[in-house]
Design a protein around this ligand. Structure first.
Ligand code: PLP
Length: 495
C-alpha cells in the first residue's frame, strides 16, 4: 500500500552556506601558507613506509565530526609526509606545476559539479573546452588542421599523456584494420624510439598489441643517434625489414622532449620516411613535458613537421601552471578518433547527439564521465596571458642555461646531453660511482631533490647522469645559485 505522505528525511549534515564560506577561507589560507612557506620545509619527507597510515584511525568516524580536526591532521599527519613538488629546490623528474588561478579554478570546477560526457549534459563544459584547446593550439603554433574550426581537426583534455597515447593507438589500430581488414591483429607493431616514455609500451600492452612490457614484436624500439633522437635512417631500415617479416606498422610515436634528456625526435624526417614506407598509418607526437616550450616561438623548431602527423599531446600540468590532471590532445582526424571510441547505449541517446551538430567528448576518451577541466586552462590563460606563460618558460630555461655554463666550466663535471630547454644532465668525470655518490650526497640533505637517468654513452654502453629539471612555480635564480653551490660541494666531496 502506498503511504499518504513522503518519507521523513534523515539527518545529513550538509554544510550550510556560512560555514562553507568560513571553511573555504580557512582552506585557502592553509594553501596560501603552504605555498608561500614551502621553502622553509625540506623538499623531501622523512617518513617511513606505513608511518603515515598508522597515524590515522583504523575505523572511519561513526558520527559527523566537522572539519576542524582535518586542519590539525593536515599539519600533523599530511604535511610531513609530502614530497614538496612546489618547493623551489625541487628539480626531480619533470615539474608538476600548480598555480593560484588553477587552484581557484579547481574550486569552481568542484563547486559546479559538472559531468561533461555529452554536449547535452553540459554545453558549457564542452564548448569552453573546445575553445580552450583552440586557444592553446594557437598559443603553441599548432597548424590550423589541428584546430576545431578546421574540416577534420580538434582537441580535448585527457587526464595524462599516457591516456593520449592510448587513445591515439586505439584510433591508429582502427585505421589500420579498416584499411586492411584481412590484417592479423597479432602482426601489429608500434614504433617508437629507445628513449620514448614507457607509456607508449604501456598503451601497446593495454591495447593488446604488446603482451608484456618487453614485447619486442609489439613495440618496435627504433635506435637513437648520439643526441638521443630517433634515427630516421634506422627507422627506415627497421620498417623495410619488418615489412618483409610480416609485421604491420600500426603507429609511430615520436617524442618531443624525452623523459631522460628532453631530446627531440626529428618529426619531419621520421614522418616522411614513415609515410614513404608505410603510407597512412597514424603518427602521434608525445610532447608531454616539452610541449609547454612551444608557447615561445624560439622553441618551435622542435615541432618542425608536425603538420604531417595525426595527433599531438602535451601536459600543461607539468610545466604550464595548470594543476594535474590536464593533458591536451589534438588530432587532425577527429572522425577517425571518434569512430574508434564511440559507443552509444540507449540511455545516452539525445536529440543534440542525433542531430550531429555537437561534440560529445566521451567519444574522444576512454572513460565516459569527465570533469570541467577546461576551466583550469581558462583561469590560467586569462590570469597569466601568453606573455606571462612565455616568461615562466623563459625564466626556467635561462636558469638552466646558467647552470649548464657553470657545469661546462667546472673541472670535474661534464654536461651529459644536449640541453633543449629546462633540463640539465651531467655526470662526474670519475664515472658512475662518483656520480651516484654525488646524487646520494645531494638528496640525503632533503633540502634539494634531484633524480637520475641512464643515457646511451657515445662510446657504447650507458651513462648514469644526474638530471636537474627546473620548472617549479617557486624557483627563482637565487635557488639555482644555491643549487650550484651544493653541486660544487658534492663534486668536491667525491673527489
Ligand atoms: N611522455 C613523456 C615524454 C614524459 O616525460 C612523461 C612523464 O614524465 C609521460 C609521457 C607520462 O606522462 P603522464 O603522467 O601524463 O602520463
Amino acid at each position: 500500500m502506498p503511504k499518504d505522505s513522503p518519507p521523513e528525511e534523515l539527518p545529513v549534515p550538509h554544510m550550510a552556506g556560512g560555514e562553507f564560506r568560513e571553511l573555504a577561507a580557512r582552506a585557502a589560507a592553509w594553501v596560501d601558507d603552504y605555498l608561500s612557506g614551502v621553502e622553509a620545509h625540506p623538499v623531501q619527507h622523512a617518513r617511513t613506509p606505513g608511518q603515515t597510515e598508522a597515524m590515522l584511525p583504523v575505523a572511519p568516524p561513526e558520527m559527523p565530526e566537522g572539519l576542524d580536526r582535518i586542519f590539525e591532521e593536515l599539519d600533523r599527519v599530511v604535511a610531513p609526509a609530502l614530497t614538496n613538488w612546489q618547493h623551489p629546490m625541487f628539480f626531480g623528474y619533470f615539474p608538476c606545476n600548480t598555480s593560484h588561478p588553477a587552484i581557484l579554478a579547481e574550486l569552481v570546477i568542484a563547486g559546479l559539479g559538472q559531468q561533461g560526457m555529452l554536449w547535452s549534459t553540459s554545453p558549457a563544459c564542452t564548448e569552453v573546452e573546445t575553445r580552450m584547446l583552440d586557444w592553446m593550439g594557437r598559443a603553441i603554433g599548432l597548424p590550423a588542421a589541428f584546430l576545431s574550426d578546421s574540416a577534420c581537426g580538434g582537441g580535448c583534455i585527457q587526464g595524462t599523456a599516457s591516456e593520449s597515447a592510448l587513445v591515439a593507438l586505439v584510433a591508429a589500430r582502427d585505421r589500420a584494420l579498416r584499411a586492411n581488414p584481412e590484417t592479423d591483429p597479432r602482426s601489429l607493431g608500434v614504433y617508437t624510439s629507445t628513449q620514448a616514455h614507457s607509456s607508449i609500451a604501456k598503451a601497446a600492452m593495454v591495447a593488446g598489441i604488446a603482451r608484456h612490457a618487453h614485447d619486442e614484436k609489439g613495440v618496435r624500439l627504433v635506435p637513437v643517434d648520439e643526441r638521443c633522437q630517433m634515427d630516421p635512417g634506422a627507422l627506415g631500415a627497421m620498417l623495410d625489414a619488418d615489412l618483409a617479416a610480416g609485421i604491420t606498422p600500426v603507429m609511430l610515436s615520436l617524442t618531443l622532449g624525452t623523459t631522460a634528456s628532453t631530446a627531440v625526435d626529428p618529426i619531419d624526417a621520421c614522418t616522411r620516411i614513415w609515410r614513404e614506407k608505410v603510407g597512412d598509418p597514424w603518427v602521434h607526437v608525445d610532447a608531454a613535458h616539452s610541449g609547454a616550450t612551444l608557447v615561445c616561438p624560439e622553441y618551435r623548431w622542435q615541432a618542425k613537421g608536425i603538420e604531417l602527423t595525426d595527433s599531438f599531446c602535451f601536459n600543461p600540468h607539468k610545466w604550464l601552471l595548470t594543476t594535474f590532471d590536464c593533458d591536451l590532445f589534438w588530432t587532425r582526424d577527429r572522425e577517425g578518433l571518434v569512430r574508434s571510441l564511440s559507443i552509444t547505449p540507449e540511455y545516452l541517446r539525445n536529440e543534440a547527439t542525433d542531430s550531429g551538430a555537437v561534440t560529445d567528448y566521451r567519444d574522444w576518451q576512454i572513460p565516459l564521465g569527465r570533469r570541467f577541466r577546461a576551466l583550469k586552462l581558462w583561469f590560467v590563460m586569462r590570469h597569466y596571458g601568453l606573455e606571462g606563460l612565455r616568461n615562466h618558460i623563459r625564466n626556467h630555461c635561462a636558469q638552466a642555461e646558467w647552470l649548464e655554463s657553470k657545469i661546462d666550466a667546472h673541472p670535474t663535471l661534464r654536461a651529459a646531453a644536449e640541453r633543449t630547454s629546462n633540463l640539465v644532465c651531467f655526470d662526474h668525470a670519475s664515472g658512475e660511482a662518483a656520480t651516484r655518490a654525488m646524487l646520494a650526497a645531494l638528496n640525503d640533505r632533503r633540502d634539494v631533490f634531484l633524480t637520475h637517468a641512464v643515457l646511451p654513452a657515445a662510446e657504447g654502453g650507458s651513462r648514469f647522469v644526474i638530471r636537474v629539471a627546473i620548472g617549479a612555480l617557486t624557483t627563482e635564480p637565487r635557488h639555482i645559485e644555491a643549487l650550484w653551490r651544493l653541486i660544487e660541494r658534492a663534486a668536491e666531496s667525491v673527489g
